[in-house]
Design a protein around this ligand. Structure first.
Ligand SMILES: CC(C)(COP(=O)(O)OP(=O)(O)OC[C@H]1O[C@@H](n2cnc3c(N)ncnc32)[C@H](O)[C@@H]1OP(=O)(O)O)[C@@H](O)C(=O)NCCC(=O)NCCS
Length: 183
């Protein structure tokens, strides 16, 4: 993982907020010292949640995949995490990330909220913040691929004004949203 560029103040992207049921969470950028928390987060996910996010049940987290998850540069590749607890007890409950694509000004979204914390508004908070971050780093579109049976993600995308298209060739749904100045 690269160090954040000196012009980026991580504190400006770190804040305390609350889930819909009033539980305190912190939203912040992923950091180089988060590897242990990232592993625990992946291990906390149900098989279905892993499958919906990665399109495979992911029984084993390889060192390569872990380093891919930790590989953010705070510009072209970014991840925001939602955490609960502090110090040694801090743990991830949600992660939203993007990476640039081969289409100019487009980033691809990935988001996961661990099962016990779903349906409390965490993905909505994370994606909202990630869209603002992406916009402020020159991206004009956030896109993603969703399995057709992933009703939760499709409903979430709809609630966030993403356009949803069926790609029959890939048996996949493509979601996309313009990132405009109103974010
Ligand atoms: C999809 C996912 C990220 C949603 O996270 P979340 O924190 O539970 O989402 P939110 O609480 O912000 O939900 C916002 C809205 O999305 C919709 N939604 C979310 N989960 C839903 C579900 N299980 N069923 C129906 N609608 C759902 C609802 O409209 C919801 O608003 P509401 O609760 O007021 O009705 C989570 O279910 C998840 O991690 N799934 C597995 C990974 C995945 O599918 N990632 C997407 C591929 S990139």
């Amino acid at each position: 993982m690269l160090a954040p560029p000196p012009t980026l103040k991580l504190d400006e992207w770190t804040w305390a907020t609350a889930t819909r049921d009033g539980t305190s969470i912190t939203v912040r950028p992923l950091r180089a010292d988060d590897e242990r928390r990232e592993i625990a987060f992946i291990e906390s996910l149900s098989e279905q949640t892993r499958y919906f996010r990665m399109f495979t049940p992911l029984k084993y987290l390889s060192p390569q995949l872990l380093s891919q998850f930790m590989d953010v540069d705070y510009d072209r590749r970014m991840a925001l995490v939602a955490t609960v607890g502090a110090g040694d007890q801090e743990m991830f409950v949600g992660v939203a990330r993007y990476g640039s694509t081969d289409r100019q000004e487009q980033a691809e979204l990935g988001v996961t909220v661990t099962d016990a914390w779903q349906r409390r508004g965490i993905a909505t908070i994370l994606i909202g913040a990630l869209m603002r971050f992406a916009r402020s780093h020159g991206f004009h579109e956030l896109a993603g691929m969703v399995l057709p049976e992933n009703h939760a993600m499709l409903a979430l995308a709809r609630s966030l004004s993403f356009t949803i298209e069926h790609d029959p060739a890939g048996h996949i749904m493509k979601i996309s949203r313009r990132l405009d100045d109103s974010l």
